[in-house]
Ligand binder design. Structure first.
Ligand SMILES: Nc1ncnc2c1ncn2[C@@H]1O[C@H](COP(=O)(O)OP(=O)(O)OP(=O)(O)O)[C@@H](O)[C@H]1O
Length: 238
């Protein structure tokens, strides 16, 4: 689905991404791990077309995304990708429900009724239908994160990109969000997320490790029960 070819990025003299190539197939669930400052978020932003690399290509279903014009790219993003990033917070003074339907309104691809019905279905699936009319300041961190996932899913994207989606949550809320992500992936949504947490990464099907801006390792996880132990062992070898 996505081919990342030799991408590099620098800030002033510092090389943050150094010739990274990888592929994401339909249905993949990829966790990106690595030390703080190693380039994980930069990689995620580059692949998800939020921030262009200095060199290299990102080919999404045959389309070289950085060759698109700004307006073509934002339309492409809106239709194909969902985002749960720390800086993409919900809007204050809009209800949770209105925040969720907003990208559907902007995309103008479907009628308002269809978008509203999908929002209701997603909220019910995430167990947050009872907070639909609340302001974003009137809900817990876990509820807000589940609402952010609903919003990311409103245009039925092919892939969800997430930066530390459970970073600010307590362990119970984090587990709930992880279960939701696992279910979405089983239903066919591809997921790529950045995490520091090996437990969270153990829910993925593949983990990649970024060190000094380079792809330093990759592990495929097949056995869910053994995944955490496999990751712990693997991390010691990198
Ligand atoms: N806009 C920017 N301008 C200058 N330097 C930047 C910018 N964004 C990131 N960096 C630097 O690039 C490097 C990689 O940042 P990045 O956020 O990708 O790392 P990370 O692995 O996601 O880190 P963390 O785990 O701490 O979130 C860091 O040294 C960071 O300070």
């Amino acid at each position: 689905m996505i081919k990342v070819k030799n991408i590099s990025k620098s800030y002033k003299d510092a090389i943050v991404l150094n010739n990274v190539s990888l592929e994401i197939n339909k249905g993949d669930f990829t966790a990106v791990m690595g030390p703080s400052g190693s380039g994980k978020s930069t990689l995620l932003y580059s692949i998800s077309s939020m921030d262009n690399p200095d060199e290299g290509e990102v080919i999404f279903e045959g389309i070289d995304v950085y060759k698109l014009s700004e307006s073509e790219l934002s339309k492409f993003r809106l239709n194909k990708m969902g985002f749960v990033f720390q800086n993409s917070q919900m809007l204050k003074n809009l209800s949770i429900f209105d925040n969720i339907i907003l990208p559907g309104m902007v995309a103008k691809r479907e009628s308002i009724e269809v978008v509203r019905a999908r929002a209701t279905e997603l909220m019910s699936k995430m167990g947050i239908e009872d907070i639909k009319d609340r302001d974003i300041r009137e809900v817990s961190g876990g509820q807000l994160q589940r609402a952010a996932i609903c919003r990311a899913m409103i245009n039925s994207p092919e892939i969800l990109f997430m930066d530390e989606p459970t970073g600010a949550l307590n362990s119970e809320a984090a587990s709930q969000v992880m279960e939701i992500l696992k279910k979405l992936n089983q239903e066919g949504i591809s997921i790529m997320l950045v995490t520091h947490d090996a437990k969270m990464a153990s829910m993925a099907k593949k983990v990649i490790y970024i060190k000094d801006g380079k792809l330093a390792g990759e592990i495929k996880l097949s056995n869910e029960k053994e995944a955490l132990a496999e990751i712990d062992l693997w991390l010691k070898t990198i």
